[in-house]
Design a binder for this molecule. Structure first.
Ligand code: TXA
Ligand code: MG
Length: 347
């Protein structure tokens, strides 16, 4: 499977037109195409064509027990792929009206038309509608649901730029459509919905840009992020070792937890780079990169999160040390990812 991987820009109208046309042509031929979304870049294929979807798993080297997210051309097309149970229909309607297009994925009973390979044989399908303008142009012209996981090799860091996709999948796919840096920088929030009474229960299975606070007007919100140590995965892809750089990473809960070993080279992923946070002087860092320089704003940190993790990973240091983030809003998702990344390399 060696391809020449083209990267097509979309920052001028004629280029955009060509890129969209080429993406649709490939999708119609049953190929995979890397497309921008507002969360991270996705590797898309016709969700209703098992042979096309198989190519996603091959390009990513993704095990087939890990199900994919299905993206719809429009929010009024949910019943193409899902059977919405009557007892949660009103909540689903409210949530899709409020958050679609956008970074919220719903788990719902699947329709038979969705191939088993998409859902890893599960009776449910994960569905969302992307708000990225380029993605919307492609999926509208293609006019079919697209299965699209993040466009990285399995277990690796999600790509938030076309360059990051290229470094993950160069030679494995025909086309990457470039629309610049991802707007949110973190994958969509995945929820399941159960009926009341008294209130519907919304369970967050993967934390993301849509936060518990955003959801609380629509039901009782539970966060069921599986502990990274134990428990069966509610969401099969939520493996402990997900999102891991190749370089060992350690999340420090507090500065005093770090005793540098002589001769080892360390890089710091700092939240805002403030002296008073206590991390800057712990050792002679090979490199310090800040998620939200000086400000400490979680949405800004989210946009830069995977990008900085990727760059720190490229340095070839012995260990990446990560400062903890505030565990609210988008900080919940980042802390979850840092914990998962640091478990794989735990001493
Ligand atoms: O923002 C996003 O969601 C991005 C963009 C490209 O849309 N996509 C994405 O896909 O993050 P992926 O494959 O990297 O993560 C999808 C995860 C799976 O690993 C799995 O945990 C969960 O969604 N998932 C999908 N279908 C599921 C199902 N039927 N039941 C439980 N979890 C499911
Ligand atoms: Mg992924």
């Amino acid at each position: 499977m060696t391809h020449v991987t083209a990267v097509l820009r979309t920052d001028e109208p004629p280029l955009m037109h060509q890129a969209v046309e080429e993406a649709v042509r490939l999708l119609k031929e049953g190929e995979v195409v890397a497309l921008p979304t507002e969360t991270v870049y996705g590797l898309a294929a016709n969700a209703l064509d098992p042979a096309a979807v198989t190519k996603i798993f091959e390009a990513k080297e993704r095990p087939t027990f890990d199900p994919l997210i299905v993206h719809l051309p429009h929010k009024n097309q949910l019943d193409l792929v899902a059977d919405v149970p009557a007892d949660i229909a009103q909540t689903v309607k409210q949530l899709t009206e409020r958050f679609w297009p956008g970074p919220l994925t719903l788990l719902l009973p699947k329709k038979a038309v969705v191939p088993d390979i998409v859902t890893a044989g599960l009776p449910t399908v994960a569905v969302r509608v992307s708000s990225n303008a380029v993605f919307r142009k492609v999926i509208s012209a293609f006019d079919q649901p697209l299965a699209a996981p993040s466009a990285n090799r399995f277990g690796s860091i999600s790509p938030t730029s076309a360059g990051a996709v290229l470094s993950e999948l160069d030679g494995r796919i025909h086309l990457i459509v470039d629309s610049g840096a991802s707007l949110y920088g973190l994958e969509s929030t995945i929820i399941k919905i159960e009926p009341g009474p008294p209130k519907p229960v919304i369970t967050i299975i993967r934390p993301g840009p849509v936060t518990p606070d955003d959801l609380k007007a629509y039901g009782k919100v539970k966060v069921a992020i599986r502990s990274v140590i134990d428990g069966p995965a509610e969401s099969p892809g939520q493996l402990a070792s997900h999102y891991a750089p190749r370089t060992p990473l350690r999340l420090l809960e507090q500065p005093s937890d770090f005793i540098p070993e002589p001769g080892k080279r360390y890089a710091l992923m700092s939240y805002r780079g403030e002296e008073q946070d206590g991390y800057l002087h712990l050792t002679d860092w090979e490199e310090v990169m800040m998620l939200s320089p000086g400000k400490g704003k979680l949405p800004e940190a989210a946009v830069r999160f995977f990008h900085i993790l990727r760059r720190l990973d490229e340095l070839g240091v012995d260990e990446i040390i990560a400062e903890p983030l505030h565990e609210h809003g988008m900080g919940i998702a980042m802390m979850d990812k840092l914990r998962r990344a640091s478990v794989r390399h735990a001493p």
